[in-house]
Design a protein around this ligand. Structure first.
Ligand code: HEC
Ligand code: HEC
Length: 318
């Protein structure tokens, strides 16, 4: 079942002619929306994200649909804002709806949110821009732009029915037991399990995204942390056979991938301004020594546009 879905997804990706309209399994928006209640109580087991209707009837649906197009074709749609060869859905799989792959469904109900990495309460636009600047190694999108608001409209749409502040099933990526990966073993496992799609030197092939090198996510991305990468890999890769690697193997491969060179992330030393960085963060922050830091490469995009400042007070603004 899983492997069929993976193969179908890959076939869809590899068929360059595939358009959003032709994507399989998309039904009417109203048909699958919401659920999620037992009496008056929120019940995440009964909730399903609404699916986007490809026949657009009004300006709101048009915005949601553009948002979907932007997160699946980010690099082609917004080349000035994307540094590498990834799209949002390279990691947020299945149009941001796959559990345990940092799903975007439900996310709108949990922002604004305090993030210890920023040391501030941030709106969803800033959270999206962290992924533009770090995960796509690109530039921040103006929060008041049409494109940012289309992405937010899509996230709100696939979060419909989730009460403010509530959580959905399989949110984020499962926390892994802490192990220490062996990158030499990881290299062998990479060749056996990953290179056929991501390329022998991890640079990606055609529409398949890079895992390291100048086209990959930056050192400031969550995916550049060994435990986060291990969880993503353990639960989602190989794309056509997810769940077939052991925790140990996922850690070994993660150790190998995160040891390889990748774009720098300007301003990263200011992360976790109050201390408390997780043990596997690969760069120095307050009170934290870099864990197995990889070599960093220069950014292909303007470094100043890679820094998302925390919301500043108008009273103290100069
Ligand atoms: C390299 C992989 C990668 C790419 C590409 C990526 N993200 Fe993310 N994103 C993550 C990870 C990992 C997290 C954090 C998940 C965790 O640790 O629970 C995250 C978190 C998020 C969150 C917050 C989720 C939550 O549960 O609070 C949002 C919103 C988000 N990303 C949006 C985007 C958008 C929009 C794009 C494209 C502009 C994008 N991401 C591209 C990996 C990626
Ligand atoms: C059958 C082809 C295939 C195989 C095999 C495969 N991947 Fe992927 N991988 C993909 C595709 C395609 C994506 C992007 C998903 C999308 O666009 O829907 C991806 C995304 C990723 C991502 C997030 C995006 C990025 O490039 O950083 C990581 C990390 C990843 N794969 C790691 C691995 C690892 C590690 C292995 C081996 C255990 C592996 N993959 C095996 C096809 C594959």
């Amino acid at each position: 079942m899983h492997s069929l879905r993976g193969l179908a997804a890959l076939a869809a990706i590899l068929a360059a002619a595939c358009t959003l309209q032709e994507a399989p399994g998309r039904t009417d928006t109203t048909a699958t929306a919401a659920g999620g209640r037992t009496g008056n109580r929120w019940n995440p087991d009964l909730w399903k994200p609404a699916t986007v209707d490809s026949s657009v009837d009004d300006p709101y649906e048009a915005s949601v649909y553009r948002g979907l197009a932007l997160i699946t074709q980010t690099r082609d749609s917004l080349p000035k804002y994307v540094g590498g060869n990834l799209n949002c859905t390279s990691c947020h799989l299945d149009e941001g709806r796959r559990g345990n792959a940092a799903p975007l469904s439900g996310v709108f109900a949990r922002y604004p949110q305090y993030m210890s990495r920023s040391g501030a309460v941030v709106p969803i636009e800033d959270r999206i821009n962290y992924c533009f600047t770090r995960s796509l190694a690109g530039s921040k999108l103006p929060p008041d732009s049409r494109e940012m608001q289309d992405i937010v409209a899509y996230l709100a749409f696939i979060s419909k029915g989730v009460p403010n502040g509530e959580h959905v099933r399989d949110e984020g990526m499962p926390k892994m037991l802490s192990l220490l990966g062996d990158s030499a073993r990881g290299k062998e496992l990479f060749v056996e399990n990953c290179a056929r799609c991501h390329g022998p030197n991890g640079a990606g092939m055609g529409p398949i995204p890079a895992l390291w090198g100048p086209q990959s996510f930056s050192i400031g991305a969550s995916m550049a942390r060994q435990e986060r990468a291990a969880s993503f890999i353990r639960h989602n890769m190989p794309l056509d056979r997810p769940g077939t690697l052991s925790d140990r193997q996922a850690y070994d491969i993660a150790a190998y991938i995160t040891s390889m060179p990748r774009p720098d992330s300007p301003g990263k030393e200011s992360d976790w301004p109050n201390g408390g960085a997780p043990a596997d963060v690969p760069y120095d922050t307050k009170g934290h020594k870099a864990f197995r830091p990889p070599k960093v490469l220069p950014r292909t995009t303007n470094p100043a546009a890679a820094i998302v400042a925390v919301p500043a007070s108008v009273l103290t603004r100069k």
